[in-house]
Design a protein around this ligand. Structure first.
Ligand code: TEU
Ligand code: CA
Length: 551
């Protein structure tokens, strides 16, 4: 069995600071706002906060474009408030994960300001520069994820620089040892301040080799991470999680196998990418296919068992709301949000809750593109409608998968702007705040919030939930996701109906007529599990029983 870590039992909560809570009524969430809500988060039971970037930034990409890694954006607060957040969270048993965005900086970072001055500037090589082709066009046809060429012409120094995201996010050159040293120095500076670890933005891009057209999974990626581990967090008991869209189970094992000394775990996105069109990508959603989803989850559960660690999530600040994507945001919103929570938190790995998920916040449909703020949606809307795509079709894509779905202000109460602020927020609130809000959730013992609280508590108490193995049941069932977790003669059956219909499923004979107890459910608890199980719409439960033949 693998070495135990404190974070194996923990649940992480992601805060998107801009949208969490505005303490000083300028319409933008801030650090003091997070401090004010720490008791709420402690009440939920989470033990880590992944803080999306709060560093100094011109906010071209809401802080994923950093101009000073060792300072806080004025609109979010001060370094003193950051220290206070670390201390106040610590007092409540909560650690802070900083978002490490080092694939690129802002074009306003002093390194880039220096680097672009002249071609022989000592910092030139911190970034990626190439001459134009004979006709003045970019060196090659690589595209940016946010639209347009990955190459931006720099008039003053007469070369192109490379950017995989916006043109205001120039990519750093990780082949330069001086750059790597600077980043490690900065990471240690944060570790010294007492943070609990790092979430690493697009970590799979760090080993890129631009001239060979290699972006993710470059040949040096893992040696870079091993070097980083040695130079920074390796000697400390922290959690590190890398964002890795390109990870396969084999690659995730490389990142997260403790013997290799790289990261604690990665976010993989196979279950998310399954909902995108294989050719057209995320702007053309593909209907959810439960059997394919189950095969995917089972593959990851099994592959990393004992030799790595999974992260578990339904959504984040880049993705649509879980209940809108995988559940029913209408009639069965509460049931389906609880079902999704149970189905995910029953798995082996570290669960991540994205702010608002714990109250079942939903996607938003603003009527006009002007109501949106995310540069990805705005750029691609401009690019694609100019190329002839009907505006209504692009809006449909934004409604389904646009990033602002996750970024509308946190809904604290039924007051104006959902209680997020007393003034109009930077991005409008979802009008459903009148019904869906924290205050209402805390007043209802049956709320989604308390369901999450129970799941989080179960994980702290149950070795079986944390370390039990995983066995997929009913692989081909079109509506039901069911699996076992087993450890030392004990077992859990986690059974979830992913549909709005009443369905039946027939469990394997070995599970016939079990006596045990329901640990959690979103309908009436069960005392027995017959071989045929009838499930209400979006019904889901965890049933604990003795299981002689486990292990
Ligand atoms: O995202 C990386 C990424 O590739 C996608 O998730 C991206 O957000 C986009 O949706 C692709 O269509 C990370 C951050 O999570 C994201 O917020 C940043 O915008 C991006 O990196 C750049 O730092
Ligand atoms: Ca504010």
């Amino acid at each position: 069995m693998q070495q135990k870590k404190w974070w194996h039992h923990a649940v992480v909560y992601q805060v998107y600071p801009r949208s969490f809570y505005d303490s000083n009524d300028d319409g933008v969430g801030d650090l003091a706002g997070i401090i004010a809500k720490l008791d709420y988060l402690a009440g939920l039971g989470i033990e880590l906060i992944w803080l999306s970037p709060v560093y100094q930034s011109p906010m071209d990409d809401n802080g994923y474009d950093i101009s000073d890694y060792q300072n806080i954006a004025a609109e979010f607060g001060t370094l003193a408030e950051m220290d206070e957040l670390i201390a106040e969270a610590g007092r409540r048993g909560i650690r802070i994960l900083m978002d490490l965005v080092v694939n690129h900086t802002s074009d306003e970072h002093p390194w880039f300001i220096e680097a672009r001055k002249t071609r022989d500037n000592p910092l030139r090589d911190f970034y990626i520069w190439r001459p134009a082709r004979a006709d003045g066009s970019p060196p090659d046809a690589q595209r940016s994820y946010f639209g347009g060429s990955a190459w931006q012409w720099d008039e003053a120094s007469g070369e192109y620089y490379y950017h995989l995201f916006s043109r205001r996010q120039p990519d750093l050159n990780w082949e330069n040892p001086g750059l790597r040293r600077e980043v490690y120095r900065m990471m240690n500076w944060w570790l010294e301040r007492g943070i609990g670890g790092f979430r690493m933005d697009v970590v799979d891009l760090l080993g890129k080799q631009v001239d060979r057209g290699i972006t993710s999974n470059g040949p040096e990626l893992h040696s870079i991470l091993q070097e980083m581990n040695r130079a920074t967090f390796g000697s400390r008991d922290v959690l590190t999680v890398g964002e890795a869209w390109s990870a396969t189970p084999a690659i995730a094992k490389q990142y997260s196998d403790p013997a290799r000394a790289e990261l604690s775990m990665v976010f993989q996105f196979e279950h998310i990418s399954q909902t995108f069109d294989p050719e057209a990508g995320k702007w053309k959603p593909r209907p959810f296919d439960l059997p394919a989803f189950k095969r995917c989850m089972a593959k990851w559960q099994t592959a990393l068992d004992g030799e790595g660690w999974n992260s578990l999530f339904w959504n984040n600040h880049d993705l649509p709301r879980a209940v809108s994507k995988f559940g029913d945001p209408g009639r069965y919103r509460v049931e389906s949000a609880k079902m999704l929570a149970t189905a995910l938190h029953g798995l082996k790995g570290t669960p991540y809750v994205y702010q608002g998920e714990e109250i079942g916040m939903t996607n938003v449909r603003f009527p006009a593109i002007e109501d949106y703020r995310d540069l990805e949606s705005l750029n691609l809307y401009r690019e694609r409608t100019a190329a002839g795509m009907p505006a209504a079709e692009m809006m449909k894509g934004i409604y389904q998968n646009g990033r602002d779905n996750a970024r509308t202000p946190m809904q604290w109460s039924g007051a104006a702007y959902g209680g997020f602020s007393h003034v109009r927020p930077w991005l409008q609130a979802n009008p459903n705040y009148a019904q869906i809000n924290v205050e209402a959730a805390l007043n209802d013992p049956d709320s989604i919030f308390f369901h999450y609280q129970r799941l989080i508590r179960l994980r702290k108490e149950s070795e079986l939930l944390v370390y039990g193995d995983f066995v997929l049941l009913l692989e081909e069932h079109a509506q039901v996701f069911a699996y076992l977790r087993r450890l030392g003669g004990q077992a859990l059956a986690v059974v979830s109906n992913f549909s709005g219909q009443c369905v039946e499923c027939v469990l394997p004979v070995s599970l016939r007529d079990l006596d045990g107890e329901s640990l959690i459910s979103n309908y009436a608890p069960r005392e027995r599990l017959g071989q045929t199980v009838s499930l209400q719409p979006y019904e889901s439960f965890i049933f604990a029983f003795r299981c002689e033949d486990a292990d």
